[in-house]
Every structure is written in C-alpha cells, then in structure tokens.
Design a protein around this ligand. Structure first.
Ligand SMILES: [Zn+2]
Length: 86
C-alpha cells in the first residue's frame, strides 16, 4: 500500500520543528502526515517533541520561548537517536 521506507525519516525529522510550528507549506505538511501515517517511529518522535515543546511553552509568567532555547531543545532531543539504526 505504501512504499514507506526509513530513508524518508531523516528528511521528515529535519522538517519536524517547522512542521510543528506550522511553518511548512500545505503540500509538505501533507507529505509529512502521509509519512507519519505509515511510520510508527516518526509518530513517536513527533509526539515526544510536541510534548516537550508543550512543557516548555507552559503559560508561565514568561515571554515566548526564545529561538535559541528552542534550538537547544531540539538539539537536546537528539532526533538522530530515534532514527532506525542501519
Ligand atoms: Zn519515519
């Protein structure tokens, strides 16, 4: 049914932060959603990432999370760890 292969995972995870932020064009979102539908691995990553971001973005008495904090967050999540080992 799908020609899913894990080589798409890396590209997909590379766009994950933009995807979550809604910064991607609709065509790309659709591609990602299609990939997610067939890939448990990436769904887990997406859920984990979203949850972490939600935590960081709790409505505390704080300004928006600055970009560098967000960048560090993604780095700390170390998305590469989620990729299937070859
Ligand atoms: Zn995947």
């Amino acid at each position: 049914m799908s020609d899913h292969s894990h080589k798409n995972c890396k590209a997909m995870l590379g766009s994950l932060s933009e995807y979550i932020d809604g910064e991607l064009p609709p065509e790309l979102c659709q591609e990602i959603e299609q990939h997610l539908a067939g890939c448990d691995n990436c769904r887990v990553v997406l859920n984990t990432t979203k949850r972490t971001i939600d935590l960081v973005q709790m409505p505390v008495e704080q300004e928006e999370v600055p970009d560098d904090v967000r960048a560090r967050l993604f780095k700390r999540l170390n998305l590469d760890d989620y990729l299937p080992q070859t």
